[in-house]
Structures are given as structure tokens and as C-alpha cells.
Design a protein around this ligand. Structure first.
Ligand code: SAM
Length: 249
């Protein structure tokens, strides 16, 4: 990217960050030019700024996690409107911890757990729990492998859903900086999600409300994976694309 292509509102944010980092006015110039270089090299603004607002909390973000997307904020809204006082909540593929932490913030009496296959993401999610003084338990797990407790009545998963063959269509900002394990959904984009559904079925979880964030092009296939569940509903995002699946069993 050329410096000329960085929009003014981004430059203003970079100047703010440089001010925050600089101890003196001489340091300001060198901080600002190093931030500019990072942005010219396509590093996402959110990683440069280090913190992002997410719904009503602030999260630290860096290359250990996917940057939480507005679609996921809308998922939070959807859950809030459709679920009343869950007992035990599990967030699978927690990344920065955004979903699990917001759940704790909405349902302070619920026991909330977040798991991720990435050790780095778990480390960051724990930092975010401290930052927001929210009591959520985070640990490493490949899907449900290390989840020994049962009785979760609300399970939420925003797992990787981009088909491997489409990864090369992503912007450089995403593919060069965000963790590939957060994006790669395997051959048809549904590899990880379908494994989770199968694990829930195999473990015979009962009385569970499941919310999934999905690739809008895969809604029919996702519904098919859930055909034996008692109730299944599709929801659209703000762009009217099929983006969330709710299922109950
Ligand atoms: C699309 S990101 C979502 C992160 C966060 N939940 C959010 O909404 O911003 C997917 C996350 O799933 C994790 N993940 C991928 N495969 C997994 C697996 N088999 N078991 C657990 N987590 C997994 C990735 O490490 C990544 O943090």
C-alpha cells in the first residue's frame, strides 16, 4: 500500500496511537513513522492500535487472534434477544474471548467457558478476561476434546468457515496477518463446524441451544448437518445474508 492511499481517518488514528506511545515530541515522529510503515505493509489498523471495542467491552487484539468482526457483535445481540438465563455456556473457538466475555457480561450468574485449539489465543483470551474483570474459564481444546464437564445449555461457535480453496481471495491484511487457523474451514468450509456438530451428537449432549456463525453460502449444507435436531432456525446478518444458525436438541 502507498502512504497516499491511507485514508485521513486512519492517519488520524495512527497519530493518536503515536502520541500515546511517545514519551516526548522527538519520539513522536519516529513512533508515527514506524506505525505508518506497519500500515503501509498492510498490517490491520486494529493490531496497530492494540485494542478494539467489541459490543460493550474493550479487547486486546494481536496476531494471536482473529480481529472480532461486526457480524459477531450482531450474533451477541441475537443470543441476548433469544436466550433467557442460561446455566452453563461454552464458546468453542473463542479467539480473543469476545463471545465468551460478552456472555459473562450479559449473564453474570452463568458459568462461562471458552476453548480454542490455539494456545496463543487462549493466552490472549485470559488477558482479555483480566482486562474486563470478567470471570470466564479459558483452556486449550481441539473442539470438545478437553471439555470434560457436561450440562452446557448454551454452546456458541464462530469456527473457521472459509473453504481452503478461497483463502487466496482474502485481502492481504487478513491473509498476511490474521491466524490461518482462525480462517481455514477445510475443503468445503464446513470441516470444523461439522466435526463440532458430530461431537455434540456423539457426546449425547441434551437440552442444548447451539448458535453457529456460518459462511452465508453454506446455510443449506449447515441446516442439512442439523437435520436430526429438534428445532433449527436460520438468521440473517445486517446485510441480509444467511449468517447464523440456531439449533436445539
Ligand atoms: C473465526 S475465529 C473466531 C474467533 C472468535 N470466536 C471471534 O468470534 O472473533 C475461529 C477460532 O476457532 C479456533 N479453532 C479453529 N479450529 C479449532 C478447533 N478444532 N477447536 C477449537 N478451536 C478451533 C481458531 O483458533 C480461532 O480462534
Amino acid at each position: 500500500m502507498d502512504i497516499k492511499n491511507i485514508p485521513e481517518h486512519e492517519l488520524a488514528r495512527l497519530r493518536e496511537k503515536a502520541k500515546e506511545l511517545a514519551g516526548s515530541s522527538t519520539e513522536y515522529q519516529s513512533e508515527y513513522s514506524s506505525l505508518l510503515t506497519r500500515r503501509v505493509n498492510h498490517e490491520p489498523l486494529q493490531y496497530i492500535e492494540e485494542y478494539v471495542p467489541f459490543y460493550s467491552i474493550s479487547l486486546k487484539v494481536d496476531e494471536r487472534c482473529l480481529i472480532p468482526r461486526p457480524e459477531t457483535e450482531f450474533l451477541i445481540e441475537l443470543i441476548k434477544d433469544n436466550i433467557k438465563s442460561p446455566n452453563k455456556i461454552l464458546d468453542v473457538g473463542t479467539g480473543s474471548g469476545c463471545i465468551a466475555l460478552m456472555m459473562k457480561s450479559f449473564f453474570p450468574d452463568s458459568e462461562v467457558t471458552g476453548v480454542d485449539v490455539s494456545e496463543d489465543a487462549i493466552e490472549l483470551a485470559k488477558e482479555n478476561a483480566k482486562l474486563n474483570s470478567l470471570d470466564v474459564s479459558f483452556f486449550e481444546s481441539n473442539l470438545l476434546e478437553n471439555v470434560k464437564e457436561k450440562g452446557h445449555d448454551l454452546v456458541i461457535a464462530n469456527l473457521p468457515y472459509i473453504p481452503t480453496e478461497n483463502l487466496n481471495e482474502l485481502d492481504r491484511e487478513v491473509i498476511d496477518y490474521e491466524p490461518i487457523s482462525a480462517l481455514n474451514g477445510g475443503v468445503n468450509g464446513l470441516e470444523v463446524i461439522s466435526k463440532l456438530i458430530k461431537e455434540i451428537e456423539d457426546k449425547q449432549y441434551k437440552n442444548i441451544n447451539l448458535f453457529l456463525e456460518i459462511d452465508s453460502r453454506k446455510s443449506a449444507e449447515t441446516l442439512e448437518l442439523l437435520k436430526d435436531w429438534d428445532e433449527v432456525k436460520l438468521f440473517q446478518d445486517l446485510a441480509q445474508k444467511d449468517r447464523y444458525v440456531f439449533a436445539k436438541r
